[in-house]
Design a protein around this ligand. Structure first.
Ligand code: SAH
Length: 372
């Protein structure tokens, strides 16, 4: 639906919406109705907000105050049920959002989460995770990640982050809080380099859309000062840290961000992180054949994170054009896992999702045509 937008309502919190309705000479409780319509009912256009008086609706529309939901430009469906969405923003930039159903007809999980979560009604899956982007492109330049090849174009606004999630929920006809949805901020971009917008989107997704914070995880490449800020947030997702190497020399080679915040700083921040009761930190480790997947590396890694309330997700590299690394041998992955588990660190092997449609970890680069 093409709308003439001067102000996108999506992304505004209750306080900001209150200011808007008051400027229209309306009582402040109208802001609550607007908030519910935007985030709870997830309407597409201001005209559809029937709880508002007709006059207010049309005056908002006349002033260009529209919802501002991003558009789904394209959809790629994997053989494993994963769907990659190419989402178009108001300035025609695009980002990607991934839908990952699990269980029943969907694929089995990776075993890293406890118990299947049943959702309402008959479905081909019983658990679903949405993977959201936080920036157009990424500035971090990890050597094994395809998103890095794009560079960073800009930050997403809070409304755009909420909007990509809502666009997918609408398309899949899934409706939190009744339907249980997990959300990971592990798409394009580094969320902690867009911290304010990211945190605002979290609050709107929790309070408005109804996805509990306990079902959300954000992953950072290691922006240390923001890890401390994040720990101070009263409403926050769980934290995952992309480690990917057990020593500074290797990590700096793979992730240039390590020059700025090295492993000592990163691990100190991780150890200082105020976990909630029963909460665990997650470390991600992308395995690259012959680079960081030896038994020596697994022992080093064990030393690094031993004693922490943490689990480790092992991800075998998803390859792609322009990436000079190879996926490790299956045996090396299992061996790596074994060493960690034997050393007392819960380690899980993440099953790749949607590799065939370039939807897996590190493959998001806005591929619009699939070469078959
Ligand atoms: N920028 C954040 C959020 C992205 S999360 C971060 O780096 O944490 C994406 C995850 O996929 C990260 O853990 C990253 O290490 C991993 N990853 C990147 N490229 C990959 C690839 N080619 N194969 C497998 N995993 C990859």
């Amino acid at each position: 639906m093409k709308q003439n937008i001067t102000t996108a309502l999506l992304g505004l919190d209750l306080q900001e919406l209150t200011r808007i309705v008051e400027e229209q000479g309306q009582p402040s409780y109208r802001a609550g109705q607007l908030f519910t319509a935007l985030y709870g009912d997830r309407v597409q256009a201001t005209e559809q907000i029937l709880t508002l008086p007709k006059l207010l609706r049309s005056s908002l529309v006349t002033q260009g105050m529209e919802v501002g939901l991003p558009e789904i430009q394209k959809k790629f469906v994997s053989v494993d049920g994963t769907v990659r969405y190419l989402i178009r923003l108001s300035d025609d930039e695009t980002v990607e959002t991934v839908w990952m159903p699990e269980g029943d007809d969907g694929e089995a999980g990776d075993g890293s989460e406890a118990g299947a979560e049943l959702v309402r009604g008959p479905r081909a899956w019983n658990r679903v995770t949405i993977c959201a982007s936080s920036q157009v492109g990424c500035a971090v330049n990890c050597q094994f990640c395809l998103t890095a090849l794009l560079g960073v174009k800009r930050n997403l606004t809070a409304g755009e982050i909420v909007g990509e999630v809502i666009a997918v929920l609408r398309d899949q006809k899934v409706s939190p809080p009744e339907d249980r949805v997990n959300l990971v901020f592990m798409g394009m971009g580094e969320p902690f380099l867009n911290f304010e917008n990211f945190m605002k989107s979290v609050r709107l997704l929790v309070e408005g859309v109804g996805i509990p914070e306990a079902r959300m995880t954000v992953s950072t490449a290691g922006v240390v000062p923001r890890i401390y800020d994040f720990g101070d947030e009263p409403v926050r997702p769980k934290l995952a840290i992309s480690l990917n190497a057990p020593n500074d020399e290797l990590r700096t080679r793979l992730m240039p961000i390590n020059k700025k915040w090295n492993l000592e700083k990163l691990i100190t921040a991780a150890r200082d992180f105020p976990l909630r009761p029963r909460e665990k930190l997650t470390f991600e480790y992308v395995l690259l054949r012959g680079v960081n997947d030896s038994s020596q590396h697994s022992r080093e890694l064990l030393e690094l994170i031993r004693g922490m309330r943490a689990k480790l997700n092992l991800i075998a590299l998803n390859s792609g054009p322009g990436i000079d690394f190879q996926t490790p041998e299956e045996e090396a992955v299992l061996e790596f896992q074994k060493t960690l588990v034997a050393g007392g660190v819960p380690a899980f092997i993440r099953r790749p999702r949607g590799r065939d449609i370039f939807a897996a970890c590190g493959q998001l680069k806005r591929t619009a045509e699939l070469i078959t």
